[in-house]
Ligand binder design. Structure first.
Ligand code: NAD
Ligand code: UDP
Length: 312
């Protein structure tokens, strides 16, 4: 049994991670300021005496004694991270400094939830971890992309300078239950639109690609990375290599929901990456990890979740 701090614990991924950590008998603290997260994502876990909930903002220092820290606090959908871009940078950068300072002081292992966005609009396909990326430093996505890139830099420098035991994972588009229904991400948007028989809003011509990973696969990978051998720090890509165009996703969602929705085409937001697909060789070789859940199977589970949510 370990004592574990999860920042961003009330969010989509954080809540699934905490559920799993508690199921495995660990003591867990969720730290969250509820900007995009929701207490309802974790309220069902409160009866577990090994679980504690803290309202706190990672841009401010926080002290606690734990063995492991998962640093997830950061808005993740474009609508949310662009709402207050300065705060997004502060959350990524000051949040990383505060959590790394804590890890250094208490000698905890700390895992950073980085992102495929560090590759920007990639010129290398599929993306390997040694690719430095193609990121616009002054665009509307930069607050998130550059914030996450700077956080990776801080993780590496705390490791080199202060010997902090770090782990970095780069998460590719993840979906599943407890995604925020209005956060604008493509999977939740399409499912909600389809279930309501509203128009499905494809941005651009819909030929841009993404690789979608079901949240349970990601949580498996996060645990494997956190508990991997000391000195294996990453970065490691975590995503499902299955690559789909946004048009293909729209058609799948319409079919699986038996929806009467029609696809409409809206303007493509600026700096929207044209392609994304992870090379997961490192995760396979070092962690013996690869995703198991195919897109159709994960979509069915997610559709079921949103159906129940919309009926409430
Ligand atoms: P989410 O928005 O559901 O969760 C983020 C959580 O962080 C929320 O609960 C939010 O309230 C909290 N938070 C935000 N700012 C905070 C602050 N200043 N102090 C404390 N808490 C704060 O998003 P998610 O999809 O669960 O993403 C979790 C992490 O994984 C993020 O760091 C994100 O960048 C990363 N990630 C997610 C994806 C994805 O596809 N979901 C892809 C790549 C990386
Ligand atoms: N997208 C879309 N319609 C929507 C929401 C998103 O066509 O209603 C597109 C978006 O332009 C992008 C892709 O789907 O090309 C994935 O968008 P998302 O915001 O989910 O993630 P990210 O762009 O960060 O990968």
């Amino acid at each position: 049994m370990k004592k574990i701090l999860v920042t961003g614990g009330a969010g989509f991924i954080g809540s699934h991670l905490i559920e799993r950590l508690l199921n495995e008998g660990n003591e867990v603290i969720s730290l969250d300021n509820y900007f995009t997260g929701d207490k309802r994502n974790i309220v069902h876990l409160i009866k577990n005496p090994l679980f504690e909930i803290v309202r706190h903002d990672v841009t401010m220092p926080y002290f606690v004694e734990v063995d492991q820290i998962y640093n997830l606090a950061c808005p993740a959908s474009p609508i949310h991270y662009q709402y207050n871009p300065i705060k997004t940078v502060k959350t990524s950068v000051m949040g990383a400094i505060n959590m790394l300072g804590l890890a250094k002081r208490i000698r905890a292992t700390i895992l950073q939830a980085s992102t495929s966005e560090v590759y920007g609009d990639p010129k290398v396909h599929p993306q390997t971890e040694d690719y430095w990326g193609n990121v616009n430093p002054i665009g509307i996505r930069s607050c998130y992309d550059e914030g996450k890139r700077c956080a990776e830099t801080l993780f590496m420098d705390y490791h080199r300078q202060n010997k902090v035991d770090i782990k970095i994972i780069r998460i590719f588009n993840t979906y599943g239950s407890r995604m925020h229904p209005n956060d604008g991400r493509v999977v939740s948007n399409f499912i909600v639109q389809a279930l309501k028989n509203e128009n499905i809003t494809v941005y651009g011509d819909g030929n841009q690609t993404r690789s979608f990973q079901y949240v349970d696969d990601l949580v498996d990978g996060m645990l494997k990375m956190m508990n991997s051998e000391t000195g294996f720090i990453g970065p490691v890509n975590m995503g499902n290599p299955g690559e789909f165009t946004i048009n293909e996703l729209a058609e799948k969602v319409i079919k699986l929901t038996n929806s009467k929705s029609k696809i409409i085409y809206n303007k493509l937001p600026s700096d929207d990456p044209m392609q994304r697909k992870p090379d997961i060789s490192i995760a396979k070789n070092k962690l013996n990890w690869e995703p198991k859940i195919k897109l159709d199977e994960g979509l069915v589970k997610t559709i079921d979740y949103f159906k129940k949510l919309l009926e409430k």
